[in-house]
Design a protein around this ligand. Structure first.
Ligand code: GN1
Ligand code: MG
Length: 359
């Protein structure tokens, strides 16, 4: 075992000693492929758990993050008990001292329930499955419709604010800390050329009502059980007041492309229109009259915005030296940025057809 692994195991042992459970026979495996936190699955003879080391550099309000999740879970459980929420609500476990988050050295950790026999998917395989995905995320938002938004802390300010993200890109371009600008100047120019789209987003955003949104509704933040049925929404780290178009847009971003987020064969990227149709129709149906006319119209704006905003964030991080998103190869963030901007272009091109499918 190398030093890094050994010290990770020591940290994990220390964390687990704070819980009232016998972890002596726990098997530890890396879980999922998040870009920020480190997540592990713990398997003991009696039960399975999710252990997460929260990235404190990014989630500086770490304690608030876990207390937000606790409040949201409590509300969802109440809704479930009243028959208003059909999905499972995986719980955070309390330490012996009654906390849902624990600091060991400089790191923050939390332990959660693992829903047995559940798994994540990286790709939607059929319109029927897409319909289930959109319905599950809509059920999550509907169940939170009467949740007092002021009760939860804003974990990352201006998270989906495109003007703020463009300022961050501008700063990264000006600083060009890693001398990487020359290789991606065309992509940077393309992003700055989208000002009229950005103006439209800013304008419509001001007119839309705030909801408690999930803000990271990518397909792999949904748990599935046998038969590929959604059983729970996970990763509540970025649940904050936001707009429905953001949540819808991230579903489109991760369900409607035939390629993974970081796939470099972007010339082969196609937009799956049948999946889009299933997503938008099911999302709108699940909300019924709880969604305003403008919110319905805004869903297509969100479908363009999310690939664009995440693309600019990957590009910014590439220019800054990959400090935010974890990377596993050279130019990984640049590859992600190219792919997401290509997806944005495909959604823009297809807009007239998407509008028809939304009806
Ligand atoms: C990050 O770490 P993960 O995979 O849950 C990011 C999201 C991006 C996503 C791109 C807090 O989420 O906003 O959409 O990567 N989360 C944060 O895959 O920045
Ligand atoms: Mg996340």
């Amino acid at each position: 075992m190398d030093n890094k692994k050994a010290s990770l195991h020591t940290d994990i042992d220390t964390v687990l000693n704070n819980y009232d459970f016998d972890f002596s026979k726990a098997e530890i495996n890396v879980l999922g492929n998040g870009h920020i936190n480190n997540t592990y699955k713990l398997t003991t003879p009696e039960a399975e758990f999710v252990l997460q080391q929260i990235n404190h550099d990014i989630f500086t309000k770490t304690v608030e993050l876990s207390s937000n999740a606790q409040k949201i879970n409590q509300h969802l459980l109440q809704q479930k008990n009243n028959g208003n929420y059909p999905l499972a609500v995986p719980q955070q476990l309390h330490t012996k001292a009654g906390e849902t988050c624990i600091k060991i050295g400089n790191n923050y950790w939390r332990l959660m329930e693992f829903i047995s026999n559940s798994y994540t998917l990286e790709e939607v395989e059929s319109p029927e499955q897409a319909a289930l995905v959109a319905t599950a995320f809509a059920q999550f938002s509907c169940a939170l419709a009467d949740f007092p938004a002021n009760d939860i802390a804003v974990i990352i300010e201006d998270f989906h604010d495109i003007s703020f993200r463009m300022l961050q890109l501008k700063e990264a371009v000006t600083n060009d800390l890693q001398d990487r600008l020359a290789d991606c100047q065309a992509l940077v120019n393309f992003c700055f050329d989208q000002q009229s789209f950005i103006n439209h987003v800013v304008d419509i955003s001001k007119q839309l009502p705030l909801h408690v949104t999930h803000n990271d509704t990518k397909i792999n933040n949904l748990l599935f059980t046998s038969g590929d049925k959604p059983c729970a929404v996970i990763d509540l780290d970025t649940c904050m007041p936001g707009l429905l178009m953001h949540d819808f847009g991230d579903m489109v971003r991760t369900c409607c492309s035939n390629l993974a987020e970081d796939d470099t064969s972007t010339d082969k990227m196609v937009l799956k229109l049948d999946i889009f149709a299933a997503l938008i129709q099911s999302y709108q149906n699940a909300f019924g009259d709880k969604m305003t006319r403008l919110e319905k119209e805004s869903l297509i704006v969100g479908a363009k915005l999310l690939p664009f905003i995440i693309g600019t964030r990957f590009l910014t991080d590439h220019l800054n030296g990959d400090n935010y998103f974890q990377v596993s190869r050279e130019n990984h963030n640049l590859d992600r940025a190219i792919s997401q901007v290509q997806l944005f272009s495909l959604v823009c091109e297809a807009e007239p057809e998407l509008v028809k499918l939304a009806k």
